[in-house]
Design a protein around this ligand. Sequence first.
Ligand SMILES: *[C@@H]1O[C@H](CO)[C@@H](O)[C@H](O)[C@H]1NC(C)=O
Ligand SMILES: *[C@@H]1O[C@H](CO)[C@@H](O)[C@H](O)[C@H]1NC(C)=O
Ligand SMILES: *[C@@H]1O[C@H](CO)[C@@H](O)[C@H](O)[C@H]1NC(C)=O
Ligand SMILES: *[C@@H]1O[C@H](CO)[C@@H](O)[C@H](O)[C@H]1NC(C)=O
Ligand SMILES: [Zn+2]
Ligand SMILES: [Zn+2]
Length: 587
Amino acid sequence: MLITFCHLLDLSSLSSPVITMSANSRTWSALTIAGITVAGGVLAYAVYFDYKRRNDTEFRKKLRKEKKRVQKAAAAAKPSLNITTEELRAAIAKIRSEEIPDIGPEREAYFMQNVGIGEQLCAQGLASALPAAMSFFRALRVYPSPVELIMIYQKTVPDEIFKLIVEMTNLDAQALASGYYNFFPAKSFNVSVQDQGNKKILVAEKDFDAGDVIYTEEPVVAALDPDLQEAGTNCTHCFRLIHQADAVSSDNDPLHAVYCSAECQAKSKLQSHHCLFLPEPLLPPELDQGQSLNTEARSKGQQAFADYLKETKKTHPMLVARFAARQIATEIGKLTEQVTKQDTSSILDLPNYVEKGGPEYALGDHFERLRYVDAPVPEEETKVIQGVFSNSLPGLDQFLTDERHGIMLSKVAYNAIGVTFSGGRDNRPVFQERPEDQERTRTPYGTNRQVGSGVYIVSAYLGHSCDPSTKPAFKNGTTTLHLVATRPIKKGDELTMSYVDVTQHENETPEEARRRRRFELARGWRFKCECAKCTTEGASAPEGAVEEDLGVEKDESRLEASVERFSSGQVPEQTSASPSAPESETD
Ligand SMILES: *[C@@H]1O[C@H](CO)[C@@H](O)[C@H](O)[C@H]1NC(C)=O
Ligand SMILES: *[C@@H]1O[C@H](CO)[C@@H](O)[C@H](O)[C@H]1NC(C)=O
Ligand SMILES: *[C@@H]1O[C@H](CO)[C@@H](O)[C@H](O)[C@H]1NC(C)=O
Ligand SMILES: *[C@@H]1O[C@H](CO)[C@@H](O)[C@H](O)[C@H]1NC(C)=O
Ligand SMILES: [Zn+2]
Ligand SMILES: [Zn+2]
């Protein structure tokens, strides 16, 4: 039967590695990397990249057709077995609690073993249907391209058992997507995400005294302010002040990044810098097999992006590019580990947003759930960033569509937090004349005092208050955010920070200060502040005072439609047979 598997997949068209992207799949796994090889007639499990499928229209068509057929067959198969959804859920929970082998040969053996057991159980008839389905489901868990494996199952596994596998996959995908906040953030953050109306807020899980550090968080991506990037005084990765004797940089880097240490350089390179600004192929030689694109075009695209950043003096495009690059780098890192058996996890440095042993969410799954308001997206900016990616690796042109780029930029604009050291700096140049054109970040010191900004996935859930219970501090002189309590906090209290400078300046009356901060909030985050302080002050406004027109009535922030469905408690439609199934194979 293993031989059948090979035939069905038409391995001739899989002779080169494969990359699939599902930018708008429900659980937005950015990339699903897949492939199988035949070694001496035995199905060998391996992972690689392939652009053939991306570029081979025939093959993609076939995949799409197969997927439809699988869905149809699953819908048609009569549930003639008496296995309840509860039993299936219990089976999934059992499998989820089992350890799966780390990457490498053990994982391959695990896959083979479970497919083998599944086949044996199939032969024993329907009495063993559930254990058989469980074995196939186990194999699915470690297979890098679940959609394809499901298609293979459809052709090789008896209908009833196939139906069970599909049901289990659907239940699992739903549980992962709708159970996200059961796992996020990890308990070690000392906070949880709770519903308040239709918004999510961050709540303390313990008591804290004023001055306590509630948690520390690393940015998922960060970008230095353009003037400091150019001056080379601060580490491109961690923002630390560079001691010139230790400065590290590389020659052919259009951004001219300087680092405080070889460690920061290595992290930056692996996480995003390689993809965005370095000429070497993204894949290790074992995988690349001469398939990399034209290096010249790649360097040109990178140079164009570096020039764009320098000219516009913006940081948000950099945060977007770094985030996209980091998603890709994470997948490539996993892949490289498979092939080279080198452990890159320490330099990939993925934050532990979810408890160890919990489900694996991709970076995209976390980002997908952040709120945003639509930000203006300059067409040129989209093009220049797409230019970097489309020339980096075949297939990556599908990764950052215009729409996706727009959402990412809007999310970065809405969520980025300003990094400031001990109250911030005084020498930050004004990058844009008009206040409405200036980039904003969340910081109680004011964006004009920051040295750069970063996206912090957990801290993104901190709501604004003009009388906040916490403040972000960067105690280590790096991008590590320390969330510090500004007053005693009880378990269950909401945690808030100020997105803007809420202090009363010397030349302002209290009314003017109130007006300034509320306008800034309305402009940057599109809401009318209704915090306790604003409400009290509003109520005690002098007789006859007119409430200012902020140009916004309600909170205009929103979620992506794919997330909205889950947060409103609706059961998602069962269109996809697998957690990372591409919802739309784009042409
Ligand atoms: C399924 O359950 C029904 C009643 O609950 C029973 O009549 C039927 O025999 C069962 N079928 C199998 C295959 O166990
Ligand atoms: C949570 O609080 C404990 C002490 O109460 C602290 O040791 C731990 O570092 C905190 N978690 C994080 C992520 O900072
Ligand atoms: C960044 O560079 C500035 C000088 O431009 C310096 O004052 C500051 O200490 C550096 N480091 C940090 C962490 O801000
Ligand atoms: C911050 O600095 C302190 C003391 O210098 C050190 O013990 C700690 O590990 C640092 N924290 C991080 C997150 O780097
Ligand atoms: Zn550094
Ligand atoms: Zn307020």
